[in-house]
Write a protein that binds this ligand. Structure first.
Ligand SMILES: C[S@@+](CC[C@H](N)C(=O)[O-])C[C@H]1O[C@@H](n2cnc3c(N)ncnc32)[C@H](O)[C@@H]1O
Length: 318
């Protein structure tokens, strides 16, 4: 591994080294369709565009176009993390790049941080967290479903060339583990993040940050109200991130016709001391939220799964 490589082992796109057997590459056709391939000597890549022997890529450089036996050209690249996530196999719905970026920024995930996350799901957010904390930091991921845990482990290992030393991937419900943990940041992508609030207050030192990623408004309401009610959280903020792509072609410069309108909301909060310990006064709530909502009925409605299905744009093919 050369000095410009992250210690976790991924070969960076844009690295000036020939493509080697065993490396992941992305093949891009004329229409911009992308295919994720692990290079293996003697094997062939087959698609509607035709056939190309992997040996045509091994030993060559990124950015090179190769002709298939049907005279179509495909260009080879090392994948970006975004390309890998869109094409990797998933169990659970992943967090996409626009939200990963905002999660890292909103939760202030810095090199050297210890981050606890749940659920690991397919491992997409885990990869972003590992990149953000760097080799001096640590990510501890909890996942309560064994099948999802297996996906997360396989995807992270495939992307990073093995499970990195600074990642602990644990089976189990985060609610059971949190009171015994200690972290700078806690990142929740799960159905019931409000169940983690009391444990998060135990695991975070004052100033620490908890973040939840939630597709639906009832989840945001319940999580926020639980944070306020706990008395150890302040600066509770919610946002969503919309990314509008543009087509730029000659004078035809305009927003793309289609966009992903909704994925999920981010709610962050800072751990503070309780008022009686010297912490800040809790703000007066502006509105009575009205009659109690039957949250269990909301959960059984499968709201998160519906929203998750909608945010799944890409089936993945690797
Ligand atoms: C939407 S997925 C997470 C996707 C993941 N962030 C990614 O980007 O690939 C939600 C996951 O949380 C897990 N989960 C839900 N509640 C949990 C809990 N209390 N403790 C641990 N995992 C939990 C579920 O099994 C599911 O795999």
């Amino acid at each position: 591994m050369t000095d410009d490589q992250p210690t976790t082992g991924v070969v960076l796109a844009g690295t000036d080294a020939p493509l080697a057997e065993g490396e992941l590459v992305v093949l891009s056709d004329r229409k911009g369709r992308r295919y994720l391939v692990t290079l293996a000597a003697g094997e062939e890549w087959h698609s509607h565009a035709g056939v190309v022997p992997h040996d045509d890529f091994i030993g060559r450089t990124e950015g090179m176009a190769v002709r298939t036996n049907r005279n179509m050209e495909v260009t080879v690249f090392r994948p970006t993390r975004e390309e890998f996530v869109l094409k990797m196999k998933r169990g659970a719905q992943v967090v996409y790049t626009k939200d990963q970026a905002m999660i890292v920024a909103a939760a202030d995930i810095q090199p050297g941080c210890t981050v606890v996350e749940a659920g690991a799901g397919s491992g997409a957010l885990t990869m972003a967290l590992l990149a953000a904390v760097g080799p001096r930091g640590r990510v501890i991921s909890y996942e309560r479903r064994d099948d999802h845990l297996a996906h997360a482990r396989r995807n992270v290992a495939r992307w990073l060339g093995g499970e990195p030393d600074n990642w602990e991937c644990r089976a189990g419900d985060l609610a059971d583990a949190l009171p015994g943990l200690s972290a700078h940041r806690i990142v929740l992508d799960m159905l019931e993040p409000w169940r983690m609030v009391a444990g998060a207050a135990e695991a975070l030192a004052p100033g620490g940050i908890v973040l939840a990623y939630m597709p639906t408004v009832p989840q945001v309401m319940r999580f926020s109200e639980t944070l306020w009610a706990d008395g150890r959280f302040a600066l509770v903020k919610t946002s969503e991130t919309l990314v509008r792509n543009w087509d730029v072609d000659g004078l035809a410069v305009r927003p793309a016709h289609r966009m992903v309108a909704h994925t999920a909301f981010l709610t962050t909060a800072r751990r503070v001391l309780r008022r009686e310990e010297g912490g800040p006064p809790l703000p007066r709530r502006k509105l009575d939220t009205g009659p109690a909502i039957d949250w269990d009925a909301v959960d059984r409605g499968g709201a998160q799964e519906d929203a998750a299905a909608e945010r799944d744009e890409d089936d993945g093919d690797a």
